[in-house]
Design a protein around this ligand. Structure first.
Ligand code: 5AD
Length: 349
């Protein structure tokens, strides 16, 4: 499967700036046709368990950063994680995703043990989303049976990345980590936020070109949503917005454009319709699926922890318990002519 080679960086940038309704309708349609041809009508469901909101990093966009002292912290015990993951098996999701802040207490043996039990007891594919980690950890977890790893590079522009994401004691270059993951045999996912203050159309076009160069298996994108307890939310980070005509807006329309273009540059990737998009738009989950996406990540975090994993405000998943969400989701999928995926939902090559 080739990426669309008419899509060099200037062409991508031009489409990111598109405002004409008829041309946007064309873009949605091309993305939807490409999605259907390359990955079909199945929507793979990945049960998300947010296992810890402890974090040592000071990311200026993220609500669970280390300096947020008002946020009560939690870390799930292995038994709690397994119990939450059990829902994934019950609802026939092929995959469980373990996500957390960068929490050193989620150490190598703890995570390895959880992975082994998820594989042995529940037979689920396991995706990790645990931030920047060293090669030893990643190798041990792969050995324990982890299948996939998600690590967004957030923006392809290094100076902007470093401004919003100050280095920590265990920082790893994200592009290097993506290469390590691939070498270890993980399916590898990455992605960006859309409309970070200071992000220009040229930057975002470069990020999309990067998706193709990296041959990513999974790509997650979503709008930047300002969180009041962060530097960026307070307008306090020295991230001067780009000149007005160059600054990417963190809007729902822009998110759909990026989603559709992601499908065109990486036709066979697994691409979620993300929670951040449905936070801006109540029809976002379905619209995302009709504009390039083929994955949904239902939240299986126990209700008592949900509001504590507030990486951005008003996350759309706060209210619904897993069973209610699951029933409603499957109804909505059928309503748009799509079917829940069977099996693990690996990348189709
Ligand atoms: N707005 C939107 N997305 C965010 N993320 C973190 N904070 C925010 C925010 N304020 C995204 C990042 C991260 C993913 C887990 O959540 O892209 O990689």
């Amino acid at each position: 499967m080739h990426s669309d080679n008419s899509m060099d960086r200037p062409a991508i940038e031009q489409r990111l700036r598109e405002t004409r309704a008829d041309r946007l309708a064309d873009l949605w349609q091309r993305a939807d046709e490409t999605r259907r041809r390359e990955v079909g009508d199945e929507v793979h469901l990945r049960g998300l368990v947010e296992i810890s909101n402890h974090c040592t990093r000071r990311c200026r966009y993220c609500g669970i950063h280390a300096d947020n002292r008002t946020l009560p912290r939690y870390r799930m015990r292995a038994e709690e994680i397994l119990e939450a993951a059990q829902r994934a098996a019950e609802f026939k999701y092929g995959t469980v995703v373990l996500q957390a802040g960068e929490d050193p207490a989620l150490d190598r043996p703890f995570i390895a043990n959880v992975i082994r039990r998820l594989k042995e007891d529940l037979g689920l594919a396991v995706t990790l989303s645990l931030g920047e980690r060293n090669e030893g950890d990643l190798a041990a977890w792969r050995e324990a049976g982890a299948d996939r790893y998600l690590l967004r590079f957030e923006t392809s522009r290094r100076d902007l990345f470093e401004r919003i994401h100050p280095r920590g004691p265990h920082s790893v270059d994200r592009f290097e980590q993506l290469a390590v993951l691939r070498r270890l045999g993980y399916e590898t996912g990455s992605g960006v936020m859309i409309g970070i203050p200071g992000q220009t159309f040229a930057d975002l076009a470069r990020s999309l070109a990067r998706f193709a160069e990296l041959d990513l298996d999974m790509i997650g994108v979503g709008p930047f949503i300002a969180h009041p307890d962060t530097d960026l939310g307070r307008g306090a980070a020295d991230c001067p917005p780009a000149p007005e005509s160059d600054q990417v807006p963190p809007s729902e329309r822009m998110a759909y454009k990026v989603l559709a273009l992601t499908r065109l540059v990486r036709p066979d990737a697994n691409i979620p319709s993300t929670t951040a998009i449905s936070t801006l738009d109540e029809h976002g989950r379905e619209l995302g699926l009709e504009r390039g996406a083929n994955v949904i990540m239902p939240n299986l975090t126990p209700m008592r922890y949900r509001r504590l994993y507030e990486i951005y405000p008003a996350k759309s998943c706060l209210a619904e318990d897993p069973a209610t969400f699951d029933a409603e989701l499957k109804r909505r999928l059928r309503a748009i002519g799509r079917v829940p995926g069977r099996g693990r939902g690996d990348r189709v090559r």
